[in-house]
Design a protein around this ligand. Structure first.
Ligand code: GLU
Length: 470
C-alpha cells in the first residue's frame, strides 16, 4: 500500500487530523508499504511556515514517521500548470467568468439539483467539464458505494484566473504523481472525491499518468464530543499540542486515537503500537461518528503512567516540566536526586504528567498552606495531634517509611482517633494542602528536617490565626 497524509497547514494539527495520520501510518507499517507526507499549502494566505513546523512537531511527538516527504504541494506548481494546460487544450476544462451569483441564478432557473454548466468565455477561472451523461461511483472501503450522477454535479472550479490551482485539482494530480494506492481521510472529503476522480480520469485520458487506475478511497467517520455534536474546542483540547500540554503520553494518545472509530473486535482497550499495527484494518472502521471523550483518554493515560518504570516516569516528568511547566524547573533542578522517588510515590495517584507538580511539588519547594485546608484540619484537635506527631517524628529512627508508620500508628492507638484525623493535619502542614502522595512516603521523601520545620511553623501560624479569630 502507498498511503499519504496530506494536511493543510492552516492551523495546528487537530485530533481528527492526528487520527487520520495514525490510521495511514498503521496501514503503511502493516502492509510494508510507504507513508508519504504531503503538506497541502496551495492556499498561500492561510498556510504558514509556523503551522508546518507545528504539524511536523506534533507528528514527531506522536512518533508517526513517514517514508517520503515532507513534500510541499506548492513546489509542484509547474507540474500542476502543465497538467492544467493539457486539460484546457483538450477541452476537458474551460475558462469561465461565472460568479457565485451566476451559479445561483442557474440553479433558480434549472432547479437546485441540476449541476452548474458554465459558458466557455475564454477567460476567467478554470472549471472542469463534467460529462453530461453517466455517473461517478465512489467505492469506499468503509462506506461502500456512493453514486454521484453527473447531471447533479457542478463543473468544479479547479484553478483561479491566474492559473493557480485549487485543492481538488492539485490533490488529484499529486495522488497520481505519488502513486498513492489508498486515500484514507476524513468523511468531510467524501463530496470532493467524485471531482477528484473526474480529474484523475481526464488526466489518464491525456496520458498524464494514472495508468494503474485511481486510488482506493476510505473515508473515516466524523468525530463528535460526548454531547453528540461535532468535535470542537468546546469539548476541551482540540489540538495535539493541547493534549501534550495536558500531560498526556504520546503512546496513550495514539492508543486512544486508534480506538476513535475502530475497535480491535474483542473490547481490548490497551493496545501497544505493535498490536495496533498487527490488528488495525479498514474493514473494522465504523461508519458512525466516533465520540471523543477526554475523561476516557485521561483514564487510559493513567494506565500508561502506572505501567512505566519509575525511572522512565521521572525522565518524562523532567522533560514535561522543562517544556510545559518551566516555572517549576528551577525547584526541580535544586533536588535532582528527589525526582525518582517523588515519581515513584506519585505514580498511583496521577493520570497525567501535569498532575504531578500540584500533587508532589511540595517535596521540591515549600508552599503556602491553603487557608481552607488549614481551617478544616488545623483546628484545635488537629493541632493537638500534629504536636504529638511532631514529638514522635523527632526521635523516630531511622526516618524511613516503616518507622514513620509505626510511630504514627502508636499515636493513633493511644489517642483513639481515626488515621485520617492524624494524617490530614500532617499532610496540610508539609504539603500545604489536603492531597498528597501517601503520608509515610511523603514524610520520608521530604526528610526529617524539612518535615519538622514545616510542622512547627504550621503549629505556630495556625495557633496565631486561631488567637486572631478569637
Ligand atoms: N489537505 C486536506 C485537508 O487538510 C486533506 C486532503 C486529503 O486528504 O485529500 O483537509
Amino acid at each position: 500500500m502507498r498511503l499519504r497524509f496530506a494536511p493543510s497547514p492552516t492551523g495546528a494539527l487537530h485530533i481528527g487530523g492526528a487520527r487520520t495520520a495514525l490510521y495511514n501510518f498503521l496501514l503503511a507499517r502493516a502492509s510494508g508499504g510507504a507513508l508519504i507526507l504531503r503538506i497541502e499549502d496551495t492556499d498561500r494566505e492561510r498556510s504558514s511556515a509556523e503551522n508546518i513546523e507545528q504539524i511536523l512537531d506534533a507528528l514527531r511527538w506522536l512518533e508517526i514517521d513517514y517514508d517520503e516527504g515532507p513534500f510541499l504541494q506548492s513546489a509542484r506548481e509547474q507540474r500542476h500548470r502543465q497538467a492544467l494546460a493539457a486539460l484546457l487544450e483538450s477541452g476537458r476544462a474551460y475558462r469561465c467568468l461565472a460568479t457565485a451569483a451566476d451559479v445561483k441564478a442557474f440553479k433558480e432557473r434549472h432547479g437546485a439539483q441540476r449541476g452548474f454548466r458554465g459558458r466557455d468565455d475564454g477567460e476567467g477561472a478554470i472549471r472542469l467539464r463534467v460529462p453530461e451523461q453517466g455517473e461517478t461511483v465512489v467505492h469506499d472501503l468503509i462506506r461502500g458505494d456512493t453514486v454521484f450522477a453527473h447531471a447533479h454535479l457542478d463543473d468544479p472550479v479547479i484553478a483561479r484566473a491566474d492559473g493557480s490551482v485549487l485543492y481538488n485539482f492539485a490533490v488529484a494530480i499529486d495522488d497520481l504523481d505519488d502513486r498513492v494506492s489508498h486515500v484514507v481521510r476524513g468523511e468531510d472529503h467524501l463530496s470532493n472525491t467524485p471531482k477528484q476522480l473526474l480529474v484523475i480520469e481526464a488526466a489518464r485520458e491525456l496520458g498524464l499518468g494514472g495508468e494503474d487506475g485511481p486510488p482506493a478511497y476510505a473515508h473515516l467517520p466524523l468525530l463528535h464530543g460526548p454531547d453528540g455534536r461535532k468535535l470542537s474546542k468546546r469539548h476541551g483540547a482540540a489540538s495535539v499540542q493541547e493534549l501534550r500540554t495536558e500531560g498526556l503520553l504520546p503512546e496513550a494518545v495514539c492508543n486512544y486515537l486508534a480506538l476513535l472509530g475502530w475497535g480491535a473486535g474483542d473490547d481490548q482497550t490497551v493496545l501497544s503500537r505493535e498490536q495496533l499495527i498487527a490488528r488495525f484494518t479498514l474493514e473494522r472502521v465504523s461508519r458512525n461518528p466516533a465520540r471523543f471523550d477526554a475523561a476516557k483518554l485521561r483514564w487510559l493515560n493513567g494506565i500508561y503512567i502506572r505501567a512505566l518504570p519509575a525511572a522512565e516516569l521521572a525522565a518524562r516528568l523532567q522533560a514535561f516540566i522543562a517544556t510545559e511547566q518551566p516555572e517549576h524547573a528551577q525547584a526541580l533542578a535544586r533536588h535532582p536526586q528527589l525526582l525518582h522517588r517523588a515519581a515513584a510515590i506519585s505514580q498511583e495517584k496521577i493520570q497525567t504528567l501535569a498532575e504531578f507538580w500540584p500533587l508532589a511539588g511540595f517535596l521540591f519547594e515549600r508552599r503556602e498552606i491553603d487557608a481552607q485546608a488549614a481551617a478544616r484540619h488545623l483546628d484545635r484537635a488537629g493541632r493537638e495531634l500534629l504536636m504529638r506527631a511532631y514529638e514522635a517524628l523527632r526521635t523516630c529512627e531511622p526516618f524511613d517509611e516503616r518507622q514513620i508508620e509505626l510511630a504514627l500508628a502508636a499515636i493513633i492507638a493511644r489517642e483513639r482517633v481515626k488515621p485520617g484525623a492524624l494524617y490530614q493535619p500532617i499532610r496540610v502542614a508539609i504539603a500545604g494542602r489536603a492531597v498528597s502522595p501517601g503520608i509515610f512516603e511523603s514524610l520520608a521523601a521530604l526528610g526529617r528536617e524539612q518535615a519538622l520545620e514545616r510542622m512547627k511553623d504550621a503549629l505556630q501560624t495556625s495557633a496565631q490565626q486561631l488567637a486572631l479569630d478569637g
